[in-house]
Design a protein around this ligand. Structure first.
Ligand SMILES: Cc1ncc(COP(=O)(O)O)c(C=O)c1O
Length: 404
């Protein structure tokens, strides 16, 4: 992979015809190091968020040796690259053949379930193994998350107590997990979830060895600034200590977004401007899915040789290259008023659920890749915004002001 000092340096050097996925492994290493230092338990990287080898290596280099995997491909990837890694198969619905291969060929011992039927599959396909760690995923609310995950997975009501009791009998270790939804903006979501989960454990009358508080830890997007990550860890720590049902249980978390969002940015080119709409060479069917479907506003900066973005800033709507009308990103994205066809824009914080979601729809979906040495545009981990980034350009409140 080519390495450049910054997105601007890359554009000046090569004027790329394709959109560019940019990777900053150093940002992931910092984020993973932060979690290892501050989270009072095991940290598993949910590699679905960004399985790029440079990101995986950065996570591993920082010291994260446990991975949350959800498919055969993810198991092959993690086990092939890191033979000493511990893999936790956290998808609550698995093919029987995948369970067999995970257990017998890859040594996976940690499996998530959210139903008795799935538990039965695991018992059958592992030949009634006695060395299993079963993690029962419980349903919790996604109320405080930007990207909701409630409604698809998670045992609730009588099924929750039945599956917990049944899992306790067959499991060597029994855990519970939940997911408060991705990009969760309020730390108290975990306390509420942990109180509800305690109630379910009490009703089931089982002892639990592991509490896995899932992912959901936020990144910092334009106009979507979460409280400091310390407050999340403090809330979880306090809520964990208050869980009356535990005896020496271990605490786990499975961050995805928080470890890789800052590692990514994305260089796009303006192919046409129509008023306040910019038609780009990537979009909702590419690496910008979250901007279209979750309304995330990635911080944007115009990549022009003169450096600091010109004033005033104006609000723009972005469109992707496919023929579908939903290939649109409302933002608003604040960019210099004179942005025009042929300009390159860097969209920051695209590292989570970005490149990995890109499709080939409509014949698009080809990318270049580059490693960048500079700091992410915005960070949950840095002491301060980097000097090279004009933070005013990324924050809609300032931009609106500047645009007047
Ligand atoms: C089981 C599980 N764990 C962890 C994650 C990572 O979540 P996030 O990226 O919000 O941290 C996900 C995301 O879907 C998930 O399904």
């Amino acid at each position: 992979m080519e390495r450049h000092a910054s997105a601007l340096a890359l554009v000046l050097a090569s004027s790329p015809d394709l959109p560019v996925h940019c990777v900053r492994p150093q940002a992931t290493e910092k984020a993973a190091g932060w979690f290892l230092d501050r989270f009072p338990g095991e940290v598993l990287y949910a590699l679905k968020a960004n399985p790029h080898p440079a990101v995986l290596d950065a996570v591993y280099r920082a010291g994260v040796k446990w991975f949350d995997v959800a498919s055969m491909r993810e198991i092959e990837l993690a086990a092939g690259r890191y033979p000493d890694a511990t893999l936790a198969f956290m998808h609550p619905v698995k093919a029987r053949s995948t369970i067999r291969r995970a257990y017998f060929d890859y040594g996976v011992r940690i499996f998530a379930v959210d139903s008795c039927a799935e538990l039965d599959k695991i018992i059958a396909e592992t030949g009634g193994a006695s060395d299993l760690t079963i993690i029962v995923r419980l349903a919790v609310s996604s109320d405080y998350a930007k990207h909701k995950l409630a409604g698809k997975f998670g045992a609730a009501g009588p099924e929750a107590t039945t599956v917990l009791r049944k899992a306790r009998v067959v499991a060597d270790e029994l855990g519970i997990s939940f997911h408060v939804g991705s990009q969760c903006m309020r730390p108290e979501a975990w306390r509420i979830a942990m109180e509800n989960v305690s109630e379910t454990i009490r009703r089931a009358g089982v002892t639990v060895n592991i509490v896995d508080v899932g992912g959901g830890f936020p990144a910092c997007y334009a106009g979507l600034t979460p409280p400091p990550l310390e407050t999340y860890v403090d809330e979880i720590k306090a809520a964990f200590e208050d869980m009356p049902v535990l005896l020496n249980a271990d605490l786990w978390c499975e961050p995805g977004r928080a470890l890789c969002a800052e590692a990514g940015s994305h260089i796009v080119r303006v192919e046409l401007r129509k008023g306040h709409a910019l038609y780009l060479n990537d979009g909702a069917y590419g690496a910008l899915f979250d901007a279209a479907h979750d309304g995330l506003v990635f911080p944007a900066q115009l990549l022009r040789a003169e450096g600091r973005p010109a004033r005033p800033l104006k609000a723009f709507r972005l469109f992707g290259p496919t023929c579908d009308a939903i290939d649109a990103m409302d933002g608003p994205f604040f960019l210099p008023a004179d942005v025009c066809e042929g300009d390159y824009i860097e969209l920051g914080l695209t590292g989570a659920y970005g490149a990995v979601l890109a499709t080939k729809f409509n014949g698009f979906g080809d990318y270049l890749e580059a490693e960048l040495a500079d700091e992410p545009m915005m960070s949950m981990y840095g002491e301060q915004a980097p000097a090279s980034a004009d933070i005013i350009a990324f924050d809609p409140r300032h931009a609106e002001h500047a645009a007047k």
